[in-house]
Design a protein around this ligand. Structure first.
Ligand code: 7RM
Length: 653
């Protein structure tokens, strides 16, 4: 048996279909592009010098003493340097024309929009920073932000950064339980939330979810700031906790628009963002200031070929890393105009995205394969109603994009004139790592191309040899990069074990990949027990642990199944404590239970109830076999299995 096929990591050999198709940008695009090919040579010749040049584009209160201090896996970038992320996103744009340039254009689901110039955004951020200070938040304190896609979320993040507080944004779709776990792990002093979130015309009571989380523990939390969605109408009710809750709008009236930015060390923590790993407990990924800001500003500009007049729209939620790096910090550091949309792609109708692009003349669109697959399924009539000619560059992120879907995006959204940047990266990498640079590199539909300048990745075998082209291996990063995570919050050991214990001094991404003969990279997907549903990361164990808390469940297993639109869908297998329990009822109860325990996006597509689960002789559930069942494949090797009969009697709901 091939070594690569053992254990949790199972990889299949390449088929080279479709790997030879290449496309280039139009001569007009190329002529207008800011960078040329020499950027790759420049970065290769002197990688650290290249990153120093990039860092120098930011504003530093004091220049760094040393570019890199690398003591694997511990790293310091731009050590001795002093800067502030919020200053870089705001203050330095205030001189000259950028001060009146739109920084954020907010588009609500109902079509209302609101624009804040850099000057206005600066004023709001200063006020919010003063508000945080007035409530006792100081440098190093953690603030959890549980808010939807509204301007105040961006303001809150930048306000934290301004005073050196560490923000921890929790995606608005999480349940009270998931929120509590994160508040407690990060030991937040203050929580920011809103009374309502809006989705498909419905109001989601976020304050209620926050309240539920807070009442279940969260001892560290002293104050709660509540942003009201209709500040003119509903004052913070009598029901709110008077000593603890603060009405954002009322309090902001008293605050000054002057708040000097705290001088931060390059290695001071900027934020913590939770992501799923292979165990049940989410990981608090720690990002610091100097390297992160350098990485996201450089890649946002370089990958998308950002121009001064671009209207840039990234459809990710601010609660995920894509929102942090490519809605907030990268674009604002570059003085870009960012569109922020709170709402669904099909509300009020399925042409909502195209309507927004035409309305605001969006020129760069950065979205996810799952969205593109959905649009493709809905059909062309929705696109054809709108003028998409403002689009110049397209991006995708979150999961592999199939070549057909790539070509559809290229042809029908981009009108065959827009380069597509298939950007591979992670919460942990902080910044884009592999992608074509728009218009510079050749593109192959379905491939994320190659590492960006200044980044070194390799595809390795289990024993650490570089794989030959065409052969699958493990995607690794072989040199430190500026925006890399620094540790897992409060858990250095887990950081070392998860990412640095496979090959000495080399970062393991958890993804499988191969290089083709032209040097293009093809991502196969996760090789661990991380499941990717519509670009949302789950750990199989996280879902299983949640299920085990349900009184009816004896054992549980969770796998991902290939899904036409979502990339993967959740499939769960359970055995029940009471074998005679009414299965249909239990199944619908379990679906609801997972939504309450994790969030609406964790609703499983399929639930199987069985009398037994396949296990190894040592009693470990064999997810690989369950995956075969979920995928409808013939069963794999069952020789290590204790009870092969179990798979024949599955009850599916
Ligand atoms: C940015 C983000 C990271 C995981 C990663 C991959 C998968 C992301 C691509 C991709 C193929 C891509 N952060 N992934 N981008 N796979 N092509 N362009 O998504 O931390 O939430 O997820 O997502 O498996 O390891 S994340």
């Amino acid at each position: 048996m091939n070594k690569e096929k053992q254990g949790v990591l199972s990889l299949t050999e390449s088929d080279s279909k479709g790997e030879s198709r290449t496309l280039t940008a139009s001569p007009a695009f190329i002529a207008d592009r800011a960078l040329d090919d020499s950027v790759y040579a420049r970065a290769t010749r002197d990688r650290l010098g290249y990153w120093e040049e990039q860092a120098a584009q930011l504003h530093w209160f004091k220049k760094w003493d040393r570019v890199l201090d690398w003591n694997p896996p511990w790293v310091r970038w731009f050590d001795g340097g002093k800067l502030n992320a919020s200053y870089n996103c705001l203050d330095r744009h205030l001189e000259g024309e950028r001060s009146t340039k739109p920084a954020v254009i907010f588009e609500a689901e109902n079509g209302d929009s609101r624009t804040l110039t850099y000057e206005q955004l600066h004023g709001e951020v200063c006020k919010a920073a003063n508000l945080l200070k007035s409530l006792g938040v100081t440098k190093g304190d953690r603030v959890v932000i549980f808010m939807p896609m509204i301007v105040e979320t961006v303001i809150s993040m930048l306000a934290c950064a301004r005073i050196g507080a560490v923000h921890c944004v929790v995606f608005g779709g999480f349940s009270a339980e998931a929120l509590r776990e994160r508040i407690e792990d990060v030991e937040a002093k203050l929580v920011m939330t809103t009374d309502d979130g809006q989705r498909r015309g419905k109001i989601i009571n976020m304050k209620g979810i926050a309240e539920e989380a807070l009442s279940a523990g969260c001892e560290s939390v002293e104050r709660v700031i509540v942003v009201r969605r209709q500040p003119d109408k509903e004052p913070l009710g009598e029901t709110s906790n008077q000593g603890r809750d603060v009405d954002y709008h009322e309090a902001m009236k008293e605050m000054s628009t002057n708040c000097p930015a705290e001088v931060m060390d390059a290695e001071d923590m900027l934020f913590v963002l939770y992501t799923s790993g292979t165990t049940g407990k989410p990981k608090g990924v720690v990002h610091t200031t100097g390297g992160y800001m350098t990485g996201v500003a450089t890649t946002h500009k370089g990958v998308f070929d950002l121009k001064e007049n671009d209207i840039y729209w990234c459809t990710a939620d601010v609660g995920w890393i894509t929102g942090h790096s490519y809605i907030v910090y990268g674009p604002l550091a570059n003085g870009a105009t960012v569109l922020l949309y709170e709402g669904a792609p099909d509300y009020p109708a399925k042409d909502r995205y195209w309507e927004i692009i035409a309305k605001h003349k969006v020129s760069i669109l950065y979205t996810a394969p799952t969205a593109i697959r959905t649009f493709k399924k809905w059909g062309l009539s929705y696109l054809e109603k709108h003028d998409l000619s403002s689009l110049r560059v397209l991006g995708t992120v979150g999961e592999p994009i199939n070549p057909e879907v790539w070509l559809w995006y290229y042809k029908f959204v981009g009108g065959e004139r827009c380069p597509i940047c298939d950007t591979w990266w992670q919460t942990e990498t902080g910044m884009i790592m592999l992608s074509p640079l728009a218009g510079l590199s050749e593109m192959k539909p379905g491939s994320c191309s190659a590492p960006i300048p200044g980044v070194k990745v390799s595809v390795l075998s289990r024993s650490g040899e570089v794989m030959e082209w065409g052969h699958n291996g493990y995607l690794t990063v072989s040199e430190p990069w500026p925006a890399m995570m620094r540790t897992i919050y409060g858990n250095d050991n887990r950081y070392v074990k998860s990412y640095w214990s496979h090959w000495p001094g080399i970062y393991f991404t958890g993804d499988g990949a191969r290089r083709d003969k032209d040097g293009f990279f093809w991502i196969i997907g996760r090789v661990d027990d991380v499941i990717n549903v519509s670009g949302h990361r789950f750990s199989a164990m996280e879902v299983e642990n949640a299920l085990l808390e349900h009184p009816a469940v004896a054992e549980a297993a969770c796998v991902g199944k290939t899904h036409e639109v979502k990339g993967q869908a959740l499939v769960i297998f359970v055995t029940l404590r009471d074998k005679n329990a009414p299965k249909d009822e239990v199944i619908s109860d379990l679906r609801q239970f997972l939504v309450g325990r994790i969030g609406a996006f964790a609703r499983p597509d399929e639930v199987y109830v069985t009398n037994d689960l396949p296990k190894t002789r040592s009693g470990k559930i064999i997810r690989r076999l369950l995956k075969d069942i979920a995928e409808g494949r013939a069963m794999g090797d069952t020789t290590t299995m204790e009870s092969s009969h179990v798979l024949k009697e599955l009850y599916k709901g």
